[in-house]
Design a protein. Sequence first.
Length: 108
Amino acid sequence: MTIRLLFRYLILVAPLVAAPVLAQPTEPPPASAQIPVGQQTRTLLEIQRNGSQAGAALPLGGEQAAIGYERYMRSFRYELPEFFTSQATGSPLRGGAGSGTPAVPNGQ
């Protein structure tokens, strides 16, 4: 038997062998082990808020810091309009966020 033929045989037989094992019903955890809805999220947010598992702060080096600061300063060049005529959709087809084409401020 060649390796190719053996491989084909294994591909055909593997699902048949695994099917009874995968079809076994699984029991839900006991009610006492279930966590109330939202508790995990609150716990993760508390960890983030208090910084108990935060890593060490890593400073930006020369060129990266300069590029970041330049971008920050460019953000002050234009006033924020009170209203926008379109809504950012995230779609490059509609001129939303991520398309490289900003939404048009009202009146311009």
